[in-house]
Design a binder for this molecule. Structure first.
Ligand code: NAP
Length: 251
């Protein structure tokens, strides 16, 4: 399940959090990993961590909401590494506001990152994978929106419900071509995204004792392990699924 020898993996949002942990896990499984995001510094740090461990990685900066960037990202991956076998479309952003108070520019920006930023990578990845006999795609959705509604998260929820719908539709469209598409829906995971404004990690840990049935935040490594399973042949009959990793928050 964790042997990805000979596989080329593309990860958006690979400079931090869930994306970085998943990049490290794939590299430990002997994959070649291309990490992407808008900011070169964190991407270079992910590459350095992988190379320090003896793995292979490259950073290709791209804004997932920009079609030209994304086309270049997929082209560069294929050109530099000979193909694209697995894609983890994970980049995303969060914005909190009640629907009635949501700023329109903030709304549009969130939709561009979280929805267009999954649609565009899938569009170019699928084209390549179909031409080359198949592949695996995992998108990052969220328990909020895809499986649960919380006041003050309407815009984010709308984007993640869209990711799950897009995932399932693309799965049906591409199953016959050997492209297997699934999503993961994390609950609160130990990245900066799950910290409330001004909150420390210790305060988050206290909040999680009652906020989740399992009594704690999830780890990026637990999320990565689930992504690797969905990307591996061990899950070959799992298609068009949106797998929650949330300590029973949506049970
Ligand atoms: P994170 O550390 O903030 O990661 C988000 C990543 O997305 C960053 O590396 C960021 O890099 C990248 N990104 C944002 N906008 C982008 C854009 N327009 N183009 C390219 N890259 C962009 O938080 P995380 O928790 O690991 O989040 C990863 C995914 O998990 C997101 O989709 C998030 O919605 C989802 N998620 C997280 C949680 C949680 O509790 N942490 C729960 C459910 C779902 P740059 O800023 O450098 O571009």
């Amino acid at each position: 399940m964790t042997d990805f020898t000979g596989k080329v993996v593309l990860i958006t949002g690979g400079g931090s959090g869930i994306g970085r942990a998943t990049a490290l896990a794939f590299a430990r499984g002997n994959a070649t990993v291309v990490v992407s995001g808008r900011t070169p510094g964190p991407l270079a740090e992910t590459v350095a961590l992988i190379e320090k461990d003896g793995g292979r990685a490259e950073a290709v900066p791209a804004d997932v909401s920009n079609a030209r960037d994304v086309q270049n990202l997929v082209d560069a991956t294929v050109r530099n590494h000979g193909g694209l076998d697995i894609a983890f479309n994970n980049a995303g952003a969060f914005a909190a506001a009640p629907v009635a108070d949501m700023d329109e520019d903030a709304w549009n920006a969130l939709l561009a990152t979280n929805i267009t930023g999954v649609f565009l990578p899938m569009k170019y990845e699928i084209a390549h994978m179909r031409e080359n006999g198949g592949g695996v795609i995992v998108n990052t959705s969220s328990n909020i929106g895809a499986h649960q509604r919380l006041p003050g998260t309407g815009a984010y929820a709308a984007t993640k419900a869209a990711v799950s719908a897009l995932t399932r539709t693309a799965a049906l469209e591409n199953i016959a071509a050997g492209v297997r598409v699934n999503a993961v829906s994390p609950g609160p995971i130990d990245t900066t995204m799950s910290l409330r404004p001004g909150e420390t990690e210790a305060q988050r840990a206290d909040r999680m004792k009652t906020a989740t049935p399992i009594g704690r935040v999830g780890t990026t490594e637990e999320t990565a392990a689930t992504v690797l399973w969905l990307a591996s042949p061990a899950s070959s009959y799992v298609v068009g699924h949106d797998l929650v990793i949330d300590g029973a928050a949506t049970a």
